[in-house]
Ligand binder design. Structure first.
Ligand SMILES: C[S@@+](CC[C@H](N)C(=O)[O-])C[C@H]1O[C@@H](n2cnc3c(N)ncnc32)[C@H](O)[C@@H]1O
Length: 230
């Protein structure tokens, strides 16, 4: 199956990777997310296999290892993973590998939990569709997916995609997003309705949904998904 192209797939290289943590750690949202995931991880049984995808520079790896689980840290960017590897050069419960979320090498039902953070907002819906198919295939337990940000309502979310694409530059002109070191990496604002439709299409039921914070005026959502049926 061909994999898709979108800018974030090749954007996290070189200096972007080297500066990734320092550019983001100063934002209050970073700490809110760390605390949320730290709490969630305490519910994982020691010995579980957790896939962190995209793992990026490994912000959750230390807390996962401290919980006694095995970690598969995957990312499409070798440069992001180099930052991760530097911090855990000899950890035997950690596997670090370049991997594409659209085409995972893991065997069916081989993973107990997937953590996918700050990812779906970088992907077009057609790519999310493929990624969810892979998550469902490899994960027998819970999939924790953060979406930054997702809209939960409003007229704009009900417009057809083609109209939204035409309106996007107008909206950006009228309401420019705050300038950040990552403003050059395009992202998508997905309607919650569209995400829920994709979850259902892959027979993934929402076991829990939380709003962590607002970011640039929009809710930061975390969905806990489980397979619905075999
Ligand atoms: C905003 S970073 C998030 C990293 C980490 N989860 C975090 O919260 O800091 C997005 C990451 O997605 C990775 N990425 C983009 N497309 C990918 C794909 N198809 N498969 C795996 N990783 C991908 C990028 O290389 C980048 O490291």
């Amino acid at each position: 199956m061909p994999s898709s192209d979108y800018q974030a797939k090749s954007a996290y290289r070189g200096d972007v990777a080297v500066r990734y943590d320092q550019d983001r750690k100063t934002e209050p949202l970073w700490e809110i997310e760390q605390a949320f995931v730290a709490d969630l991880i305490t519910r994982l049984p020691a010995g579980a296999t957790v896939m962190d995808i995209p793992a990026g520079t490994g912000r959750f790896v230390g807390m996962l290892l401290a919980q006694g689980v095995s970690v598969q840290a995957l990312d499409i960017s070798a440069d992001m993973l180099a930052e991760l590897r530097r911090q855990y050069p000899t950890e035997t419960r950690l596997q670090v590998a370049v991997g594409d979320a659209e085409r995972l090498e893991a065997a069916d039902s081989s993973i107990d939990c997937i953590i996918s953070w700050r990812f779906f907002h970088l992907l077009p819906l057609a790519t999310i569709d493929r990624v969810l198919g892979e998550f469902r295939r490899v994960c027998r337990g819970r999939m924790i997916i953060q979406v930054l940000p997702a809209r939960t309502g409003g007229l704009a979310t009900r417009l057809p995609s083609a109209v939204k694409a035409v309106l996007r530059p107008v909206r950006r002109f009228l309401r420019p997003a705050a300038k950040t070191p990552w403003s050059h990496i395009p992202s998508f604002i997905h309607a919650e309705r569209d995400l829920l439709r994709l979850f259902a299409r892959h027979r993934l039921k929402v076991a829990d949904a939380a709003t962590l914070a607002t970011y640039q005026g929009l809710p930061v959502r975390v969905y806990t998904l489980e397979r619905d049926g075999a």
